[in-house]
Write a protein that binds this ligand. Structure first.
Ligand code: 13P
Length: 265
């Protein structure tokens, strides 16, 4: 079993200098809180700074075994006339080993479509060295109208459409982030997540089989994760990790989450 995956999504909240300061503080703290008594790795921590801070944060993270970095987005072509986009090649060059794809803020604010997300997932999956982290989640209106499962099914299966016909042989991460839980202080419950994960795993197992899904696919939770509730999701084995926004923006806040997880695995 891989250690829990704790991903810090800093979104557009920090300057380069602020990102470096936070990364330094987390790196210092990880020296003591990232390892269990038996000194086995007890959490895999991934920092997701803005594109502009990626290089500097990756250099800081490289000093600590349990720390790595990823990017908050990417483009689906290797190079070309795509003004303002970032290629996976460049992100790799800067040290990214994970890429978030299809975050609900991009789906809503940039009108990112399931088709664009599919292209990104396929492109990143073909790199082998960068792990795609597909974000899916329903809105409050979709939840109360009983459409949650069908929305999640559509988001999940359309993103992996081009990959479902061939055996799964590389790591993928799915971040279940209900939109109504992001930044609201109201998280999903662990039992709610367990039901959703069983459903999502079932969909993937239909294509890839149970063994491959168990081996390569991690499902993490995001949406108002804090020190107070992280144990409900990760320590009790419901989720394979967490995608953390607001609570990852201060070193004490994020390190308290890491400590909770480290003390309980
Ligand atoms: P919050 O943890 O602030 O709710 O944000 C969650 C999120 O969007 C992480 O990607």
């Amino acid at each position: 079993m891989p250690p829990p995956l704790l991903m810090a999504n800093w979104k557009m909240n920090l300057t380069v200098a602020e990102s470096c300061k936070l990364a330094h503080a987390i790196a210092r703290s990880c020296g003591s809180c990232g390892k269990s008594r038996e000194s086995r790795q007890s959490a895999q921590i991934v920092l997701l700074p803005s594109f502009t801070a990626l290089d500097a944060v990756a250099r800081i993270a490289s000093r600590v075994k349990t720390l790595s970095v990823g990017s908050q987005d990417c483009f689906w072509e290797e190079r070309g006339a795509f003004t303002g986009e970032e290629s996976v090649r460049t992100l790799q060059e800067l040290g990214a080993t994970f890429v978030l794809i299809g975050h609900s803020e991009r789906r809503q604010l940039q009108n990112e479509s399931n088709e664009a997300i599919r292209k990104k997932v396929e492109f990143v999956s073909n790199t082998k060295t960068v792990t795609p982290v597909l974000c899916i989640g329903e809105s409050h209106a979709q939840k109360v109208s009983g459409k949650r499962k069908s929305i999640l099914q559509q988001q999940l299966l359309s993103a992996f459409k081009g990959l479902l016909q061939t055996p799964l042989s590389r790591e993928i991460v799915i971040a279940y982030e209900p939109i109504w839980a992001i930044g609201t202080g109201v998280s999903a419950t662990a039992s709610d997540c367990a039901t959703i994960y069983t459903y999502l795993r079932g969909l993937l197992e239909n294509a890839w089989g149970m063994d491959a899904v168990n081996r390569y696919c991690r499902i993490i939770y995001g949406g108002s994760v804090s020190e107070a509730n992280i144990a409900d999701f990760v320590a009790k084995g419901v989720s394979d990790g967490a995608l953390i926004g607001g609570a990852s923006l201060t070193a004490p806040g994020f390190c308290a989450i890491i400590k909770r997880v480290s003390n309980s695995v």
